[in-house]
Design a protein around this ligand. Structure first.
Ligand SMILES: C[S@@+](CC[C@H](N)C(=O)[O-])C[C@H]1O[C@@H](n2cnc3c(N)ncnc32)[C@H](O)[C@@H]1O
Ligand code: SF4
Length: 348
């Protein structure tokens, strides 16, 4: 069982971001955490002790919350944690302080993921980021100096400002930091963001993905389209294996067996009723489709026995053409960037 905890507060809103987060509702923090603890109580009743194998605290910006809030959360979930649990928290370079990092580490968190996006000042401004390149570098160094061994950074590419030179600089700086993981996302133009519908923000150049993957994989192997690491996140791998997960917080998503659960997005509604959820029922066909998409996007691969006869025939064609390969009754993708095309071809 995995656990996702959503912290929906940000200091400012980046121009590309459609995550469920609010910049003017910090006054609700206390009530929000109270509600979140209520939902946790409700969810934890359904699981056994020592069952949670990984936790991801995401946002929003979890580093906008003081460490004492996390203390309350961890008091509650402690009995449910497995021994070698991975616990990741997202942090934004402008709000993270060394003391905060030290405090959350002492609570048992063992992985930090910084939203860096770029080390280029012009690109940071263009994206609407609230931090400088220098702040991003010292945030990572601070995390390392207080003892975090697993540090990841997020980068964004395919913006209109990206050239091979700029990206080469970004990756060079990143690889010189004490990190063991990079998530590199191609910019997507999301609805209800200032970037949506703008024609002058995204560079449509697929070769940039291959270019940065070529640079990052010199140090960190690629284990999903956007993820590279000497250390592979258990939580990420759990999602791609379609393991069950609990989602707590406003707008968090949970998954159990063949159902997906969605809590309410609005903070006020969530605070009033934190256990109210919309339920989506997934058919067996839906689950197979998801397993195929997720398996080919990552090194998880796809169990052959999930495929029907005609899918298997098409998979054989892809094996012959050298696009995928078979090992121990599973199919694996050779080029993760082609994942969607491969899945669509097999599912057609
Ligand atoms: C919840 S945010 C990160 C944590 C923290 N709030 C921060 O920004 O520092 C997760 C990551 O998703 C990525 N992301 C969000 N919106 C995106 C978009 N429209 N296109 C590409 N990547 C995006 C960014 O790299 C971001 O760091
Ligand atoms: S990218 Fe991070 S900091 Fe920026 S708005 Fe989204 S969640 Fe907030």
């Amino acid at each position: 069982m995995l656990l996702y905890i959503h912290i929906p507060f940000c200091d400012s809103k980046c121009f590309y971001c459609s995550f469920n987060s609010y910049t003017k509702k910090h006054y609700l923090k206390k009530e929000y955490i109270k509600a979140l603890l209520k939902q946790l109580d409700f969810e934890l009743k359904k699981i056994k002790k020592n069952e949670i194998e990984s936790i991801f605290i995401g946002g929003g910006t979890p580093s906008t919350l003081e460490a004492n809030y996390y203390e309350e959360i961890f008091k509650k979930i402690e009995p449910y944690l497995k021994k070698d649990i991975e616990i990741t928290i997202e942090a934004n370079p402008n709000s993270v302080k060394k003391e905060w990092l030290r405090d959350i580490k002492s609570l048992g968190l063992n992985r930090v993921s910084f939203g860096v996006q770029s080390f280029d000042e012009k690109k940071l401004k263009f994206l609407g980021r609230a931090h400088s390149s220098k702040e991003a570098i010292s945030a990572v160094e601070n995390a390392f100096s207080v003892g975090f061994e697993n540090i990841s950074i997020d980068l964004i590419y395919e913006t209109i400002l990206d050239t091979k030179e700029l990206l080469e600089k970004d990756i060079k700086i990143a690889l010189n930091l004490p990190i063991n993981h990079i998530s590199a996302y191609a910019l997507t133009l999301e609805e209800n963001t200032p970037f949506f519908n703008r024609k002058d923000v995204k560079k449509d150049d697929e070769s940039l993905g291959y270019f940065i993957a070529g640079l990052i994989t010199k140090k960190f192997p690629q284990y999903e389209i956007s993820n590279f690491g000497l250390y592979k996140s258990k939580h990420n791998l759990g999602y791609w294996m379609l393991k069950d997960y609990i989602g707590v917080g406003a707008g968090a998503v949970g998954f159990y067996k063949n159902q997906r659960f969605y809590t309410q997005n609005s903070l006020e509604d969530y605070i009033k009723n934190p256990t109210k959820k919309e339920v989506e029922n997934l058919t067996n066909e839906d689950l197979i489709t998801e397993k195929i998409f997720l398996g080919f996007r990552s090194i998880v691969g796809v169990k052959k026995d999930l495929l029907n006869e005609s899918m298997l025939k098409r998979a054989q064609i892809l094996i012959k053409n050298g696009k995928i390969y078979e090992k121990d009754k599973k199919l694996y993708n050779k080029n993760l960037f082609l994942a969607d095309e491969i899945s669509l071809y097999i599912l057609q």
